[in-house]
Design a protein around this ligand. Structure first.
Ligand code: NAD
Ligand code: IMJ
Length: 258
C-alpha cells in the first residue's frame, strides 16, 4: 500500500535527474502515483521523456509557463489520457542571471522584476486555475517549491526572494480560492541543493557549507527528502493541511545563532 495509490500527478519542472521535481516524481512513483510530466522546451524534451520512462510514464507535454496557450493545451492533452487529476507539482523558477548577484537595489530592473514574478509566482496561479476543473471533487493537492530567501534577505538571491514571497502569498490565496472545492495548496521551502538552478550562482558553496555547519541536523538535504515530504503533503494523510509552507531544510530556519 502506497501513500498515493490510485492518484494521478502532473509534475512541472523536471530539467534533469538532479531536479527537485525529479526527486518528487521518484518518491510519488514509489508511493503508487501515476505520473505525467511537462518539459520547458524542445531542448529538454528527450531528457524528460527518458526520465518519465524510468517511472513508467509515457505522458510528456511541452509547457513554457510564459505562454497561456501552452498552459491550456497541457490539460487538453492530459484529458486524452486521464479523466481527472489529483496532484499538481510546480517546481519552476527563473530570473535573468544578472539579477541574482550583487546588491539588490543596484541590480534590480523593471524587466527582471516582472520576469521573476511572472515565471516564478504567477505561473503557479495560472497552472492552478487551468488544472482546477480536472482536479474537482477528488481531494486534489497542489504543491510548489520555495526558499527561505522569501522571508529573509539572503545574499545574491535578490529579486528571486521577492518573487518567492509573492509565491508564498500565492499559496495562501490559492488555498483560500480552492479550499471550498476540496483542493489543498501548499509549499515546501527547501534548503539549498546542487541543481541546475543552483549552478553558477555566486557563493553557492558557501551557502551549502554554512547549512552544514550551523543547521540543527548539521547537513544539507536531498531531493529524495524533499520528495518524501511532497508525497505526504499531496496524500490524504495531509487532508487538513492547506495554505502552509513546510520547511525541509534540516532545521536551518529554526535557529538564530549557531
Ligand atoms: P531545476 O533547474 O532542476 O528546475 C527548475 C525548472 O524550472 C527547470 O525544469 C526549468 O525547465 C523550469 N523552468 C524555468 N523557466 C521555465 C518556463 N518559462 N517554463 C517552464 N519551465 C521553466 O532546479 P531546482 O533547484 O530543482 O528548482 C526547482 C524549484 O525549487 C524552483 O522553484 C526553485 O526556486 C526551488 N528551490 C530550489 C532550491 C535549490 O537550492 N536548488 C532550494 C529551494 C527551492
Ligand atoms: C539562487 C541565487 C542566489 C542564491 C541562491 C540561489 N541560493 C540558492 C539558490 C542560496 C539556494 C537556488 N534557488 C533557491 C533558486 O530558487 C534559484 C532560482 C534561479 C536560478 C537561476 C540560475 C540561472 C538563471 N536564472 C535563474 N533563475 C532562478 O539564469
Amino acid at each position: 500500500m502506497g501513500l498515493l495509490d490510485n492518484k494521478r500527478a502532473l509534475i512541472v519542472g523536471v530539467a534533469n535527474n538532479r531536479s527537485i521535481a525529479w526527486g518528487i516524481a521518484q518518491a510519488m512513483h514509489r508511493e503508487g502515483a501515476a505520473l505525467a510530466f511537462t518539459y520547458q522546451n524542445e531542448k529538454l524534451r528527450s531528457r524528460v521523456e527518458k526520465l518519465a520512462a524510468e517511472v513508467n510514464s509515457e505522458i510528456t507535454v511541452p509547457c513554457d509557463v510564459a505562454d497561456d496557450r501552452q498552459i491550456q493545451s497541457v490539460f487538453e492533452h492530459l484529458r486524452d489520457y486521464w479523466d481527472g487529476l489529483d496532484i499538481l507539482v510546480h517546481s519552476v523558477a527563473y530570473a535573468p542571471k544578472g539579477q541574482l548577484e550583487g546588491e539588490y537595489l543596484k541590480n534590480v530592473t523593471r524587466e527582471g522584476f516582472l520576469m521573476a514574478h511572472e515565471i516564478s509566482s504567477y505561473s503557479f496561479a495560472a497552472l492552478g486555475d487551468a488544472a482546477r476543473t480536472m482536479m474537482q471533487g477528488r481531494h486534489g493537492a497542489m504543491l510548489t517549491l520555495s526558499y527561505i530567501g522569501a522571508v529573509r534577505a539572503m545574499p545574491n538571491y535578490n529579486v528571486m526572494g521577492v518573487a518567492k514571497a509573492s509565491l508564498e502569498a500565492n499559496v495562501r490565496y490559492m488555498a483560500a480560492s480552492l479550499g471550498p472545492t476540496g483542493i489543498r495548496v501548499n509549499a515546501i521551502s527547501a534548503g539549498p541543493i546542487r541543481t541546475l538552478a543552483a549552478s553558477g550562482i555566486t557563493g553557492m558553496r558557501d551557502f551549502l557549507n554554512h547549512v552544514e555547519r550551523v543547521s540543527p541536523l548539521r547537513r544539507n538535504v536531498t531531493i529524495t527528502e524533499v520528495g518524501n515530504v511532497a508525497s505526504f503533503l499531496c496524500s490524504d494523510h495531509a487532508s487538513a493541511i492547506t495554505g502552509e509552507i513546510t520547511y525541509v531544510d534540516g532545521g536551518f530556519n529554526a535557529i538564530g545563532m549557531a
